[in-house]
Design a protein around this ligand. Structure first.
Ligand code: AKB
Length: 314
C-alpha cells in the first residue's frame, strides 16, 4: 500500500494535491508537511518538516513507512529573485535531501519543474521538450539543475523520480506564493471584489498557463503511468492554454462587464519576457497520454463560479 509524504503541502499545488491524493489513497495514507503548521489546520496527520533537515526527513520516512514523496517545497520565481542564494539552497538542497532519502529507501518521487527552465535561446512559441535551457532567474537555474539531478538519481541509483514542467497555475482554492504568473489568480479576486486590477505585466505578455484541476490530474496520471513508457527522466513539458493579461481581462469582462485592468510592469516583466509563450507537450501526450481539459473560456467560467460560491463574493 502506498504511504505518501507531501512537502510544501500548504502551498498552491500542495493544498489541492493533498486532497486529490487522499481521495485516491485514503486520508491516513497521505501525510502533508510544511515548514509551519497553518493557524486553522486541524489535520491530525500533518507534520512540521524543514526540507533542509535531511535527518528529519529520513526519520519521518522511517517512522511512517513512507513509499512515495511529492516534494513541492520551493521558492518561486519572483520571490527567489529577492534572495537568490537562500532560494538556491531551499530549492537545491531540499531536492537533494529528498533524492538521497529516496535512494536509501527506494522511494518513488514526484518533483515539480517549471517553464522557468527555458531562457532567451529556447523556441518562444512552441517550445520543444528537448531544447536549450539557459534560464535567467535563480528559480529557473535551480529547476534546470534539479531536472538533471533527477535524471542522475534515476540513471545511477534507480530512483523512480518523475517530474512535470508546470506552466503558470490557476486555482480557486489556494493563492500562489511569489511567482511571476500569480497575476492570473489575483486578477479574479480583484475583478469580483473591486471590478479593477492593476497588473504588474504588460497587456500583451503571453505565457503558458494551466487550470489546477488539469495540473493535479497530470501529476496523478504521470505518477501512475507504467515506468516502461516514460522516456523523459528530467521533466516533461505539459501544456493547456496560453494567454496574455489583456486576453484574460477581456475573457473576465464577458462575465463582469464593468471590470477594467490597468498595467504597471515591474521587475517580473523581465522574467516573463524570458519565458516561452507556448509549449510543445508532444512527448507527454505520447508517453503517458496527457491531454488537457480546460481552455481559457472554461477556466474563466469555472474560476468565477467557484470563487463566488466559496467566498460568497458577488
Ligand atoms: C512562477 O511564476 O514562478 C511559477 C512557475 C511558472 O513556475 N508559477
Amino acid at each position: 500500500m502506498n504511504k505518501i509524504l507531501i512537502t510544501g503541502a500548504n502551498g498552491q499545488i500542495g493544498t489541492e494535491l493533498t486532497v486529490a491524493l487522499r481521495e485516491r489513497y485514503g486520508s491516513n495514507q497521505v501525510i502533508g508537511s510544511d515548514i509551519k503548521r497553518p493557524v486553522a489546520n486541524h489535520d491530525h496527520t500533518f507534520q512540521v518538516l524543514d526540507v533542509l533537515n535531511k535527518t528529519a526527513i529520513q526519520a519521518l520516512v522511517q517512522d511512517e513507512g513512507i513509499t512515495e514523496i511529492y516534494h513541492l517545497a520551493a521558492s518561486l520565481s519572483a520571490v527567489a529573485e529577492k534572495q537568490p542564494l537562500r532560494a538556491w539552497e531551499l530549492n537545491m538542497q531540499g531536492l537533494l535531501n529528498v533524492l538521497d532519502t529516496a535512494k536509501i529507501d527506494q522511494l518513488k518521487v514526484f518533483w515539480p519543474s517549471s517553464i522557468a527552465v527555458f531562457g532567451d535561446h529556447a523556441p518562444k512559441a512552441f517550445c520543444s521538450q528537448h531544447t536549450i535551457t539557459q534560464p535567467r532567474t535563480v528559480y529557473g537555474i535551480s529547476k534546470a539543475a534539479g531536472e538533471n539531478w533527477c535524471r542522475y538519481y534515476y540513471d545511477n541509483y534507480g530512483v523512480d523520480v518523475r517530474s512535470i514542467r508546470y506552466p503558470g497555475l490557476i486555482s480557486h482554492t489556494a493563492q500562489p506564493g511569489g511567482g511571476t504568473t500569480d497575476y492570473a489568480v489575483e486578477i479574479f479576486h480583484q475583478a469580483i471584489k473591486n471590478r479593477q486590477y492593476t497588473c504588474y505585466l504588460k497587456p500583451h505578455t503571453t505565457l503558458p498557463m494551466m487550470y489546477m484541476a488539469d495540473a493535479v490530474r497530470a501529476t496523478l496520471e504521470l505518477m501512475e503511468a507504467p515506468s516502461l513508457g516514460l522516456t523523459v527522466r528530467t521533466s516533461y513539458n505539459v501544456a493547456a492554454m496560453s494567454f496574455s493579461p489583456g486576453e484574460l481581462e477581456a475573457a473576465i469582462r464577458k462575465h463582469l462587464p464593468a471590470f477594467r485592468a490597468d498595467y504597471r510592469p515591474d521587475f517580473r516583466q523581465t522574467i516573463a519576457d524570458s519565458w516561452p509563450t507556448g509549449i510543445n507537450d508532444h512527448q507527454a501526450r505520447h508517453d503517458w497520454s496527457w491531454m488537457p481539459r480546460y481552455d481559457l473560456p472554461d477556466m474563466v467560467n469555472d474560476m468565477l463560479v467557484r470563487l463566488r460560491q466559496e467566498k460568497d463574493l458577488r
